[in-house]
Design a protein around this ligand. Structure first.
Ligand code: ATP
Ligand code: SF4
Ligand code: MG
Length: 365
């Protein structure tokens, strides 16, 4: 892997970065091919295997792509009905891109998306239209995501009619019932979105997403734009609706306390890649990866019985267009060693269901 050279009478390894990167890619490709052959888990609503999404950022005049930005690099997880996966990480780490690629609002560059027992990765737009109603998204900004010139009743009736959820003469009753479930009064039916506060508008967005009886909802920062006092109401509404409709959520957020409250499993991303994945308990009470520890160090810990190494996250996030070689967190990691600059750590299961990618953990194998 690494030769040695003698500096000041001390043998130091010499790394051939290109060869190491090629070796890592070959190992990863083998793993991807093996995982793609695995049978579909019938207990899961969503199974994401080695998802990758690249955006072209430089092209020649003939349109040939000469540089790509890898926004999502190798994301995998499974999600059952009634479960919530929280995705956390700093701005630009690829959370939204991952969410949109799962819904195929961005066509994935690589990986497999298995939804409700079907591999939809290469579904054409026509095939996607048929299952689109089962996969919904709620955005951060309830102000811009509602059409201003339609009434709440019109906004909520449209998807119900388009997808023929109930017979035409029952649409209004269906919508009024849905509004009630989402905490919206009957008389809102005739009102316009601009007449409502942010919290009420987000309730309208939630009602619209749920109007078509989805199985999966991607919630992309659904409460970040709201006042703190309203956030809890919306989160509680999402939890209530999840119980009633057995929904699977992918919940994207910067706010770790919100993620802790709503999630069953958590995926920690950095510069497009997964640093750690586990149950909420794994991630909050026994985080293994230095990045997870650093992210959580910024959050006050109300439980004095849980001990956590506090790590201050310093330095700027490197550009995803030029991620650092080796471990992509090495430029900010207080534990980084020479090896971290050259060799990408394997993403491994260190405890049942608890995965991480860090050389420090490998030593404890
Ligand atoms: N359409 C696009 N074309 C080129 N680059 C893109 C595109 N969409 C996203 N990116 C880049 O991909 C990376 C990941 O972006 P993304 O929006 O997924 O991050 P995020 O984790 O959701 O960030 P935030 O927390 O700020 O919402 C960023 O570097 C972003 O600039
Ligand atoms: S592999 Fe090295 S740089 Fe990366 S998180 Fe672990 S110790 Fe830090
Ligand atoms: Mg985002």
């Amino acid at each position: 892997m690494a030769d040695e050279k003698v500096i000041n009478n001390v043998a130091a390894p010499v790394y051939d970065d290109e060869a190491l990167a090629a070796e890592y890619q070959a190992k990863r490709q083998k793993q991807i091919e093996e995982d793609f052959k695995k049978p579909i888990d019938p207990d899961c609503v969503l199974e994401v295997r080695h998802l990758r999404k690249c955006f072209p950022i430089k092209k020649t005049v003939t349109g040939k792509v000469t540089k790509e930005l890898v926004a999502v690099d190798d994301v995998s997880f499974k999600l059952k009905a009634g479960e919530t996966l929280g995705i956390v990480g700093e701005s630009g780490c690829g959370k939204t891109t991952a969410g949109r690629a799962i819904l195929k609002l961005h066509q994935p560059t690589g990986g497999q998306i298995i939804f409700d027992g079907k591999d939809i990765t290469n579904y054409k737009p026509k095939q996607m239209r048929e299952i689109r109603k089962q996969m919904q998204i709620i955005f951060q900004d309830p102000y811009s995501s509602l059409p201003p010139r339609d009434t709440v009743g019109g906004i909520l009736s449209e998807p119900v009619e388009v997808h023929k959820i109930v017979p035409k003469d029952q649409v209004k009753d269906y919508v009024l019932d849905l509004m009630d479930k989402c905490g919206l009064r009957d008389y809102y039916f005739e009102r316009y979105p601009h007449e409502f506060s942010g919290g009420q508008r987000q309730r309208i967005c939630i009602a619209r997403a749920l109007s078509v009886n989805p199985k999966l909802v991607i919630c992309d920062e659904p409460v970040s734009a709201l006042d703190v006092s309203i956030q809890a109401q919306i989160i509680n509404l999402l939890k209530k609706l999840q119980r009633e409709m057995n929904l699977a959520y992918v919940f994207i957020s910067h706010d770790l306390s919100v993620v802790k409250f709503i999630s069953d499993k958590i995926l920690v991303m950095y510069l497009g890649a997964v640093m750690e994945f586990g149950t909420k308990e794994d991630i909050f009470t026994n985080p293994m990866h230095p990045y997870t520890k650093a992210l959580f160090s910024a959050v006050p810990n109300p439980d004095p019985t849980t001990k956590m190494d506090r790590i201050k996250l310093e330095g700027d996030i490197p550009s995803p267009a030029n991620p650092p070689k080796g471990c992509r967190f090495h430029t900010r990691c207080p534990y980084a060693k020479e090896v971290c600059k050259h060799i990408t750590p394997d993403y491994k299961e260190y405890e049942p269901g608890h995965f991480a990618a860090c050389h420090l953990l490998e030593k404890q194998d």
